[in-house]
Design a protein around this ligand. Structure first.
Ligand SMILES: Cc1cc2nc3c(=O)[nH]c(=O)nc-3n(C[C@H](O)[C@H](O)[C@H](O)COP(=O)(O)OP(=O)(O)OC[C@H]3O[C@@H](n4cnc5c(N)ncnc54)[C@H](O)[C@@H]3O)c2cc1C
Ligand code: SF4
Ligand code: SF4
Length: 853
């Protein structure tokens, strides 16, 4: 007689699948035949990534393509619901009319969306957002729908809303609380998020209650939803689709019906080893309530699955509760909330970094003595979550400058002091120590193998950047060559991609992905490719088909974003030379639009405080007066500063103004890995500070000295001499070659100084290539530069000529003429300045969100 036992799992969702996987891996199938019943028509899939179904299809989301486990002792039966449990007979009844005997039963039935008893909730085209079938039904309804409403402004509601919006349905989000995601974020975070959502073109209604869903609004009696009535608002909001996302309820009915104990607020009560009140029955995932509490996240569910397997193997595993810190990525919006996010600890202080327009808000709550991190909120960029959360639980001392922890990741500080026990991947609970051990012991050399080996980064994927950094660090430590792939979507460096795009004449991001990449791109590869495409083909920066959709925040509005969400406007003034008429126009524009005005360190005039919807009008007047965009926003040539030179100065030996103008006009609009600045001085006294620029030209008695690789900024570098006493023709030739070679080969966000430093051979190598043409590339580089010069056009002029582009410049998509009420100014020294909000410490005021002039 067989001694094998039968283990039945009810529910083949994320946690049920994880249970079977762990059971196979840990040898539970040596004792048990496992049968999993799933009521859905498909095997377990990644519900966390549900919305990407519209882009990648159901197969890509599947956790078990083909529907069979490698171990034949575990089988999956789909389209079959467990309808009842007979505890005395130890059998389950199935929807196909049969019964199945079990020795052990594991309930993994998940949760169901909660639909409040709003009149009209049963009308046609009223949906929930939980399964692939729900998404398919929504997709079908969207084909004929004009407007849709999502009831619930929590994370899932926002995800559903974004999906609806992408289906080309005018989308409204309705939230009872005064802000979005009220559970996870504070008012400022909620406001940032709202702005982010509205930027995408959705309309958000907070603090409103739905009274009923209407079917008669359009006078057609077809049982379909036609509108939504808010309490205390007369007008009905027209809607052809309504999606409820008002929370979830554990699916514990099976347990209730057979007399298992359930928690007061729902969920099957379980002991720390996931056993229910019947010792043969376990419950895991969202249907379970360990200690009376239900967890609506996948990570605690996975831990419960592991604990249950352990318990069945007589192991000591216990579920000791889960940190409800949350980090979710919902179609572009990262939101994380951890520890004492709402600063309830007495005396706690808040550090805030905020970039409202880019949709980034970060708050740290720290102890009164500034030594410990207590909690935080991250909206729009949660890349530092992997470091911050363990700092709360382990009580690691804060670094000297805690603000470094929330500075943008591009500043490279995101991993400061990350301890081994720091949890890098919260979905799969993998620590830095485990990842580093795997890198060394398994000799891993790329991110995909780290993912495969440790499972880190395999659920929501938002820790991938940290994996890449850890890999680089560990490989460098052991003296190994580091994979230079730009990100996980492209197995190439920026330089290699530059060449591939050129050779293949690829003209859009999609074409580049199709030819050389995978996936849909990310914050690293999208701007990098945008810059490569722009520098090679010089398309309009706002053209969606080419690069527009991929650019950095500043590029998106052809202006430099400032800290209160306004923009600064910088017309090009080549060489700093300007006629009185033009000066007057600038003065008039600044006066008429009440802009704060400042002469920059690069000899340009900066006008601050322009609201987004004012930008086209401001530019129309500037363009009419003969100005063009100073490119003070993008990664491109900013200025070529000059002194007055031999025309006015007693010491000058060459005409530095004329040269600066010529160079600025030649290289204007050139897109590059980082911003570029130049300077020309009329003699060695160097009044233009040309050696603090990416390229500096200093006049000599015999011609011009060319210096390269200087910059100011956070890590200043002095430019170094590349060639001396050059004629004007040679100067331009070498500069063409130098700049094009840099554009072609530097890494993303690499300044000329670090590029030279990291080139094999350093400045000597640059000399060999640029001056001695050692690679025979000289002519090609010059040709590329000529093509850039010939194809230059003013982005602002072109924008004004295209109504579709002009239409982007609105603060509110649904009310184009309305200025953003969140922007306010006060006055200082006779000019406007942004109002400072009274947060305890606002780091946002000292961290620039755009590139400075
Ligand atoms: C759109 C969306 C986005 C999300 N994003 C995140 C996120 O970013 N991070 C995060 O941590 N969590 C997220 N979640 C929550 C996460 O998906 C859940 O925590 C997780 O799926 C729970 O797993 P589970 O197995 O307990 O439940 P489920 O995955 O729902 O699986 C339960 C399965 O059991 C089946 N079932 C139920 N009753 C029976 C029965 N009687 N017989 C047979 N089968 C039955 C159900 O049909 C279902 O297939 C998201 C959820 C959604 C809907
Ligand atoms: S750099 Fe020389 S030429 Fe230019 S202003 Fe100074 S002293 Fe005069
Ligand atoms: S505050 Fe802004 S402009 Fe001033 S130095 Fe910093 S980045 Fe530059």
């Amino acid at each position: 007689m067989s001694t094998r036992k039968t283990l039945v799992v009810a529910g083949h969702g994320m946690v049920g699948h994880r249970f079977v996987d762990a059971a196979i891996e840990r040898g539970l199938t040596e004792q048990y035949d496992i049968v999993v019943y799933g009521e859905e028509p498909r095997e377990a899939y990644d519900r966390v990534a549900l919305t990407s179904y519209y882009e990648v299809g159901a197969d890509a989301l599947s956790f078990l393509p083909g529907g069979t486990y490698e171990d034949p002792r575990a089988t999956v039966v789909l389209n079959t619901q467990v309808t009842a449990i007979d505890r005395a007979a130890k059998t389950v009844a199935l929807s196909d009319g049969t019964t199945k005997a079990y020795d052990v039963l594991v309930l993994a039935t998940g949760a169901a969306p909660f639909v409040p008893p709003v009149p009209g909730k049963d009308l046609k085209n009223v949906f929930v957002y939980r399964t692939i079938e729900d998404l398919q039904a929504i997709e079908e309804a969207a084909k004929t729908a004009k407007a849709g409403v999502v009831i619930g402004g929590g994370l899932l509601g926002l995800e559903a809303a974004n999906a609806l919006h992408k289906l080309d349905v005018e989308t409204h989000v309705v939230e009872l609380a005064p802000r979005l995601m009220a559970v996870q974020v504070d008012d400022a975070g909620g406001a940032t998020l709202k702005r982010h959502i509205e930027k995408l073109g959705l309309t958000v209604h907070t603090g409103v209650m739905t009274e009923f869903i209407d079917a008669d609004q359009d006078g057609v009696e077809d049982g379909k939803v036609s509108g939504l009535k808010f309490k205390d608002v007369d007008e009905v909001l027209p809607a052809d689709i309504v999606i409820f996302s008002a929370g979830i309820r554990p699916r514990d009915q099976l347990a209730r019906d057979c007399g298992l104990e359930v928690a007061e607020r729902g969920g099957i009560l379980v002991s720390p080893n996931m056993q229910t009140s019947d010792e043969s029955i376990y419950a895991i995932g969202e249907c379970a309530a360990p200690g009376g509490r239900m967890y609506g996240l996948v990570a605690p569910g996975y831990t419960m699955a592991e604990v249950a397997v352990d318990a069945l193997l007589d192991g000591p595993g216990e579920f000791l509760g889960a940190d409800m810190s949350t980090k979710l990525k919902l179609m572009g919006v990262d939101v994380a909330s951890f520890g004492d996010a709402f600063a309830t600890t007495e005396g706690s202080l808040e550090l805030v970094y905020s970039d409202a327009v880019a949709g980034i808000y970060k708050k740290l709550v720290i102890s009164e003595d500034c030594t410990k991190l207590l909690g935080g909120i991250l909206v729009g960029d949660a890349s530092s979550y992997g470091i911050l959360r363990p700092m709360v639980s382990s009580g690691i001392a804060l670094p000297e400058n805690p603000e470094d922890l929330i500075l943008p990741a591009s500043r490279g500080t995101a991993q400061i002091g990350m301890p081994d026990e720091a949890q890098v991947c919260s979905c799969m609970n993998v620590t830095k120590g485990e990842i580093c051990t795997a890198i060394h012991e398994q000799e891993l050399t790329d991110v995909p193998s780290i993912k495969q080996c440790t499972k880190a980064g395999t659920v929501c994927g938002s820790c991938t950047n940290i994996l890449k950094n850890l890999l680089t660090e560990e490989m460098e430590k052991s003296g190994k060559a580091v994979d230079k792939s730009i990100c996980e979507h492209f197995a190439y460096s920026r330089q290699e991609l530059f060449d591939l795009i050129k050779i293949g004449e690829l003209k859009s991001f999609d074409a580049v992905v199709e030819a050389h990449g995978t996936g849909r791109g990310c914050d690293i590869c999208k701007p990098a490719i945008a810059s490569i495409l722009a520098s090679q083909f010089n398309g309009h920066v706002l053209d969606k088909a080419t690069v527009g959709a991929l650019q950095d925040t500043n590029d998106a509005y052809l202006a430099n974003l400032q800290k209160n969400g306004t923009y600064s406007v910088v017309p090009r003034i080549p060489g700093g030379e300007i006629t009185p008429e033009k000066l007057i126009v600038i003065g008039e524009v600044a006066r008429d639009f009440n802009l704060y005005t400042k002469i920059t360190g690069g000899q340009r005039i900066d006008m601050f405080g322009a609201r987004m919807e004012q930008l086209p009008e401001i530019w129309r007047r500037l363009v009419d007066a003969g100005f063009e965009s100073g490119h003070a926003y993008g990664k491109s040539l900013r200025t070529v500063k000059s002194c007055v030179g031999s025309e006015w100065c007693r010491y000058g030996v060459q005409e530095s103004v004329a040269m600066a103008i010529e160079l600025e006009l030649r290289y204007r609009g050139l897109r590059s890995p980082h911003k570029l600045k130049g300077g020309v001085s009329g003699c060695a006294r160097e009044c233009a500070e040309a050696r603090g620029k990416d390229f500096g030209v200093i006049a000599t008695e015999k011609g011009w000295n060319l210096y390269v690789g200087g910059n100011g900024g956070a890590v200043p570098a002095h430019a170094q001499l590349l060639a001396s006493d050059l004629s004007k023709e040679d100067l331009i030739k070498y500069l063409d070659r130098f700049l094009m070679y840099y554009v072609r080969t530097a890494d993303r966000l690499q300044r000329t100084s670090t590029w030279i430093e990291q080139l094999d051979g350093g400045l000597d190598r640059v000399k060999e290539i640029v001056v001695h043409d050692a690679l025979g590339l000289g002519e090609e580089l010059e040709r590329e530069m000529s093509r850039h010069v010939d194809s230059y056009f003013d982005e602002w002029k072109a924008t004004l000529e295209d109504p579709e582009k002009v239409a982007r410049f609105v603060s509110f998509i649904n009310a184009p003429g309305t200025p953003d009420p969140n922007i306010s100014f006060t006055e200082d020294r006779g000019q406007i300045r942004p109002v400072t909000f009274d947060e305890p410490v606002s780091l946002g005021s000292s961290i620039p969100v755009g590139a400075p002039q």
